[in-house]
Design a binder for this molecule. Structure first.
Ligand SMILES: Cc1ncc(COP(=O)(O)O)c(C=O)c1O
Length: 372
């Protein structure tokens, strides 16, 4: 008997990646950072590879090494690297590294010498996001240094890449500006003798809506997990995560009774409330107080009162809800349950945050499909 669980449909992940793969001539890098957007990095990566992804994308060196520890041999790119990391481990284990500064490039060269082999590098250019990526004024120096390091056998420049600001709003003017900036950066690299096999800029939104941005490799994240990067758009993807728990206690309360901390909810009449053992320690946003939708007793209802660390309360009226009944916070929507998008709308965030934060050490992830 289970109490609360996060269910992950690996067949959905595999199918979503197959759908993305079918829509492009580029290779697909499944982005599995952030513990696979909360779906479990290694199982998500395996399912994505089974669906036709040929690359994996993560942020940290540790994430990349965990993929290698799990026996995954596909190319992996790690892109969030502070100074002083043991990058030789990445080089020794065939992890591709992103570089956006001369300093990091020098560290990678040093790591390659320690590892005794060429490091695989993707040079990142800032085309307008103003986050990671070399600013245009430093780009020429970076590619020239990379060309030199490549000629010396210390690195192999595998990619030149960037990231979109606003691909989730098709037609937004930043998209064209970024594509122009990317083309200029590629031309500068070419003049320096850097002509990598992989040019990549497309996230999920661009993968689904902007073929001219696919280049050699696309990097979808949220779409892999079946959620639309563009609110209200239907790309035929299938959400992979469902979150549910069994009712711990159902009881009658009188009219006019305050519920949960601060009594921010008051019963309007005599009613049944159900206590569900999931709270903000498990990833339920506290902002879902009096807002988060829950399927319980054949109806979608709203959380009554504050979300606590470990539990929520749901007013179910006179529905015959009893301890042990299943409350579904969100899922694919097949049985009328809310979706992660419904939760995002209710809480004022994006589906990315809803799924990525979901789960805790005490809530098991249960995998279905994917040969599990
Ligand atoms: C550099 C980079 N590429 C690709 C992605 C995937 O983005 P999305 O989940 O919108 O597809 C991310 C995620 O934020 C990212 O940081």
């Amino acid at each position: 008997m289970w109490q609360a669980e996060v269910r992950i449909d690996l067949d959905a992940i595999r199918g979503n990646v197959a759908r993305l793969r079918a829509g492009t001539d580029a290779e697909v890098m499944a982005v599995v950072k952030g513990d696979g957007y909360g779906h479990g990095m290694v199982p998500a990566a395996r399912a994505a590879l089974a669906g036709g992804a040929s690359w994996l994308g993560v942020c940290t060196l540790d994430e990349a090494l965990q993929l290698r520890d799990a026996g995954l041999t596909a190319p992996v790119l790690a892109w969030l690297l502070v100074p002083g990391l043991p990058l030789y481990e990445a080089v020794a284990r065939d992890v591709d590294l992103s570089a956006a500064s001369l300093e990091l490039l020098a560290e990678i060269v040093e790591a390659a010498r320690i590892a005794g082999r060429a490091a695989r590098v993707h040079l990142k250019v800032d085309t307008g996001l103003s986050r990671g990526g070399a600013p245009p004024g430093e780009w020429a120096a970076l590619v020239e240094a990379a060309a030199k390091a490549q000629a010396g056998g210390d690195i192999e420049v595998v990619g030149v890449w960037s990231h979109f600001v606003y691909a989730d709003e098709p037609g937004h003017p930043t998209i064209g500006h970024q594509l122009d900036a990317f083309a200029k950066a590629l031309a500068v690299a070419d003049r320096a003798g850097v002509d990598p096999p992989y040019r990549h800029i497309a996230n999920s939104a661009a993968t689904l809506t902007l073929p001219e941005a696919h280049f050699d490799l696309v990097r979808p994240g949220i779409a892999v997990y079946g959620l639309s990067p563009i609110p209200d758009a239907d790309f035929g993807l299938r959400p992979a995560m469902a979150v549910r728990a069994r009712v711990m206690l159902a009881k009658r309360l009188p009219a006019g009774q305050g519920v949960s901390y601060g009594h921010t909810y008051t019963t309007e009449r005599e009613t049944t409330v159900a206590v569900v053992p999931l709270g903000y320690a498990d990833g339920v946003p506290r902002a879902a107080s009096n807002a988060g939708p829950v399927l319980l007793g054949d109806e979608v209802r709203t959380i009554s009162g504050r979300v606590c660390m470990d539990q929520i309360v749901v007013d179910v009226g006179d529905a015959p809800v009893a301890a042990g009944d299943v409350a579904t916070l969100f899922g694919a929507g097949d049985d009328g349950e809310p979706t992660a998008d419904d939760w995002a709308a209710a809480v004022g965030t994006i589906s990315y945050e809803i799924v990525t934060r979901m789960g805790s050490a005490r809530v098991p992830r249960v995998y279905t499909g994917g040969g599990q």
